[in-house]
Design a protein around this ligand. Structure first.
Ligand SMILES: Cc1ncc(COP(=O)(O)O)c(C=O)c1O
Length: 395
């Protein structure tokens, strides 16, 4: 159907993954191999990811949600304990704390970086606080010096939500290697994709072993070793664990996605600077610059649409972009906006005003490495058209 607002006749999908022949062939080879569960390809993906991050070990799981849940449990955190996190995140971050039986406590964000503000964290520390759980929002690193100092001073665990931050570095050190645990996502829109998938980094061999056992029913031996050619081995259940293991089909995708992670990063960095240049004179707020010596993962390109400056609401902007065949996202409505948390914890969005305001103004634009220069031009023209169009009158 012809769209009179847009030269595009095809909808530009937000966050479409860049899948290539190498991973398609590896998935097919996995299917033909007779071993599609947790096996040699998961072991290879873990080793490749550990090497990419410059650490000794990585444990693959089936989502970042699982990675967060198991990290919190392996840290010995549970009922009666508090974990401080950001209100500007996906529900998974807060839900993982709740799944572990602990209580989430929110500390507002810095409006510039959109990351958890260490000063607000300090205000929320109580005798029950056991951990800080920062999210490197959109791939911009959190202030890990300040958060590390707070956790050291108060004897708190530090668990990094690196769902957006595979390539992120803070002052030369890689995201996910600062705290006790680093948790990664390979969900379909992420910078490395396995369909669903996640990874836990931890410097402690004991914690890694605990996460591994918890990820597979609390069994002391994983299935790959039990049914392999080394002879039958009985398992022992040592915890009431979970079914969070990654499969070789997922890892087959991940191995080749990870091999291209830096090439894709360079592509997205270029798209990012095209957007920065194109939008420099528009009355919208662009993503914060990264400090010298640190590294953004360029996961989400978010702009802020302030009705006072643009004459239109963020939701109107979303509708207008969609009408122009451009897929957009919202990362995120503050978690305190959701009814479950309001009912359960008595949260009110206005108690975290910076996150609430960002949640009402933010829009994520397409940034997949699949985008052609013509796609970028379409996005730019659509944004310009929506922002410049007369007669918005704050709708
Ligand atoms: C900040 C953040 N944390 C956690 C998650 C959960 O990741 P997964 O979907 O792999 O469980 C996501 C996923 O979108 C996320 O964006």
């Amino acid at each position: 159907m012809e769209n009179r607002l847009s030269p595009r006749d095809e909808f530009l999908v937000f966050g479409s993954p860049a899948i290539e022949e190498a991973e398609i062939e590896e998935v097919v080879a996995t299917l033909r191999s007779g071993w599609i569960g947790t096996g040699p390809r998961v072991a290879q993906f873990e080793a490749d990811f550990a090497r990419y991050k410059g650490v000794d070990q990585a444990v693959a799981v089936n989502s970042c949600t699982a990675a967060l849940h198991l990290s919190i449990l392996a840290a010995g955190i549970g009922p009666g304990d508090e974990v401080i996190t950001t209100p500007l995140t996906f529900a998974a971050t807060v839900n993982a704390i709740i799944h572990a039986g602990a209580t989430p406590v929110l500390a507002d964000v810095d409006p510039h970086t959109m990351n958890i503000d260490p000063e607000r964290v300090a205000e929320r520390i109580t005798s029950r606080t056991r951990a800080i759980l920062p999210v490197h929002f959109a791939g911009h690193p959190c202030d890990m010096d300040a958060l590390g100092a707070l956790s050291a001073e108060h004897g708190l665990k530090l668990i990094e939500d690196c769902a957006h931050a595979i390539e992120t570095e803070y002052r030369g050190k890689k995201a996910g290697t600062f705290g006790d645990f680093g948790c990664f996502s390979f969900y379909v829109t992420k910078n490395v994709v396995t369909g669903e998938g996640g990874m836990v980094l931890t410097a402690s061999a004991e914690d890694a072993a605990r996460v591994k056992v918890l990820a597979l029913h609390g069994m002391s031996q994983d299935a790959w070793k039990r049914f392999g050619d080394e002879g039958f081995k009985h398992y022992e259940v040592v915890f009431s664990g979970f079914k969070y293991n990654m499969t070789d089909i997922q890892a087959a995708l991940g191995i080749h996605q990870l091999a291209r992670v830096e090439d894709n990063w360079i592509t997205r960095r270029r798209l990012w600077s095209l957007y920065d240049k194109a939008f420099a004179d528009l009355p919208v707020t662009l993503p914060a610059e990264i400090e010298a010596g640190s590294r953004h993962s360029y996961h989400l390109y978010t702009i802020r649409v302030d009705p006072a400056r643009t004459g239109l609401t963020r939701d109107r902007f979303l509708d207008e972009m969609t009408a122009r065949n451009i897929g957009v996202g919202v990362h995120y409505l503050s978690v305190a906006e959701h009814p479950y948390y309001q009912d359960e914890f008595g949260w009110r969005p206005e108690d975290w005003p910076e996150a609430m305001k960002i949640g009402h103004e933010t829009v994520s634009l397409p940034l997949s490495p699949n985008l052609t220069d013509a796609d970028v031009q379409d996005v730019v023209e659509a944004v310009e058209g929506v922002v410049d169009a007369p007669g918005h009158a704050n709708q």
